[in-house]
Ligand binder design. Structure first.
Ligand SMILES: [Zn+2]
Length: 482
């Protein structure tokens, strides 16, 4: 969710004696974030969940109950949409039962590592208040979003591609936004706050307000500015090829770092949602109904695209193309507003090399057996063809002007990196190719290089639990998403 800053101090919560939080009765549940707690507090029992997890109980139980309710409600909603498309999620990629630890230690951090969701705590240096990551439903549902996407696309876990790293972050933010929008009270609050114009920054678009304030204080801020937050889906960041961006920079810059660059896709998806909401409203729906219908469809389109999106260097374009294809399959009811959002954020690439004489028959025949994902609905047909490829670090080093690389005592030279190189085809009603993504190896290597540069810059590989990457055999393998 955010970069770790500090590791000291003492928590005010303690671990409970039981090892599982199961609120069976109505409990106080704080929506959104501790510093926007004037908005809503509800008492609400936890629903059943299909994705098993255990929450370590805290004392008092406010934190663990909050985690339990957020995760169960987040899973229930995701599966209500995923269940329309495929088997609902019922198994994690790395464990039979995810361990959720609301008080994982003294730090300003939270992460998903395929076995756990861990939430840390640290004091705000100005207010002196202890900040608990687990007390923000924005943070909890963001981390849970990493887990949901990992269930849908476990192949994204190890891939060295800044756009896919960033998409994971954007998906976490979208999951947090979707969690908020399950509550009519929250949508009504945002409608009131913006006068019905959800393109304005609002309580739903802004994420992790209290942590944003705490980080602002760690960076030297002394006051408590209004409308502070960690990230906002209402933003001015448009797509540029991340391999042209620096690996480091200030918060108001777009850089080749996943939380920074993830703001492009989260902002694009949110703009698409706004376009759908406005179209629904123009068709006569009440603002609340228009927003609810738009969020359900915007999430469904995203999921439908994600399950078949090609793992390619320019993934932002790939998932956007998928959404346009899904809307076409639906009869193109929102094509104009989706296209407008995508153009405003510059996420669609111009591809010159379409072989229009090829047909779906040629391509599917070339797959050999049941390899690949082929979807046909009405006049629209798409095919995604997985290409599992890896490079050696030594293939990338010359592009960085280097002959050797050592990080935390690890000789990187002969290690293998998983790279993004799937192919994707979209066909017209006659089966002819109208759009294709066939990655160029130069682009694949350039994106792997951007990842390697980032890992090198941050020394982010090693046996310690706080690095994002480790070495297994001769492969670079992800340990966690923050
Ligand atoms: Zn994250």
């Amino acid at each position: 969710m955010f970069e770790s800053i500090i590791d000291f101090f003492r928590g005010l919560y303690g671990m409970g004696t039981q090892n599982n939080a199961h609120p069976g009765e109505m409990v106080d549940f704080m929506l959104n974030d501790p510093i926007t707690n004037e908005v809503i507090k509800v008492a609400w029992p936890a629903p059943r969940t299909d994705l098993p997890y255990t929450v370590l109980a805290t004392k008092p139980p406010t934190l663990s109950n909050g985690c339990y309710i957020t995760l169960s409600k987040s899973t229930e909603y995701a599966n209500s949409i995923i269940g329309k498309i495929r088997q609902p999620l019922n198994k994690w990629p790395g464990t039979n039962n995810l361990q959720v630890i609301p008080l994982a230690g003294k730090d300003l951090n939270a992460f998903y590592d395929r076995l756990h969701l861990k939430f840390f705590y640290a004091p705000d240096p100005v207010t002196k208040k202890m900040i608990y990551a687990a007390s923000s439903t924005d943070v909890v549902s963001h981390e849970h979003g990493h887990g949901i996407l990992d269930c849908l696309r476990p192949d994204f876990w190890n891939v060295q591609n800044i756009e896919i790293w960033s998409f994971h972050e954007a998906f976490g933010d979208i999951n947090a936004i979707m969690f908020m929008m399950q509550f009519d009270e929250m949508i009504n609050y945002a409608l009131q706050q913006t006068g019905g114009d959800l393109r304005q920054s609002n309580i739903i678009s802004r994420l992790a307000e209290e942590l944003g304030l705490c980080i602002y204080h760690y960076k030297g801020g002394k006051d408590n500015p209004a409308n502070i937050y960690l990230r906002d889906a209402v933003n001015n960041f448009s797509y540029v090829d991340p391999t042209t961006l620096p690996s480091d920079g200030d918060d108001d810059q777009l850089i080749a770092e996943c939380h920074s660059f993830g703001r492009v896709w989260a902002g694009t998806w949110y703009l698409m949602f706004c376009g759908m909401y406005e179209q629904n409203k123009a068709a006569g729906q009440s603002p609340l109904d228009a927003a609810k219908a738009a969020k359900d469809l915007a999430y469904e389109y995203l999921i439908r695209s994600v399950v078949q999106a090609p793992n390619t260097p320019f993934f932002t374009d790939g998932v956007a193309r998928g959404i346009l294809a899904v809307d076409k399959m639906n009869g193109s009811p929102y094509q104009a507003v989706i296209l407008k959002a995508f153009q405003d954020k510059n996420v669609l690439r111009a591809y010159a090399h379409v072989n229009a004489t090829q047909t779906n028959f040629d391509i599917v025949k070339g797959l050999g057996g049941d390899q690949g994902i082929y979807v046909e609905m009405g006049k629209v047909k798409v095919a995604t063809i997985p290409e599992e490829k890896s490079l050696k670090v030594s293939d990338v080093l010359p592009r960085m002007g280097m002959t050797a690389m050592h990080i935390n005592g690890i000789n990187m030279h002969d290690l293998e990196m998983t790279v993004a190189a799937d192919k994707y085809y979209e066909f017209d009603e006659h089966g002819h190719v109208v759009h294709q993504i066939v990655p160029d190896m130069d682009d694949v290597i350039a994106h792997a290089q951007a990842c390697l540069s980032f890992i090198h810059l941050k020394s982010d590989i090693g046996p310690d639990t706080d690095t994002l990457w480790e070495v297994q055999g001769n492969k670079i393998v992800r340990t966690l998403f923050v």
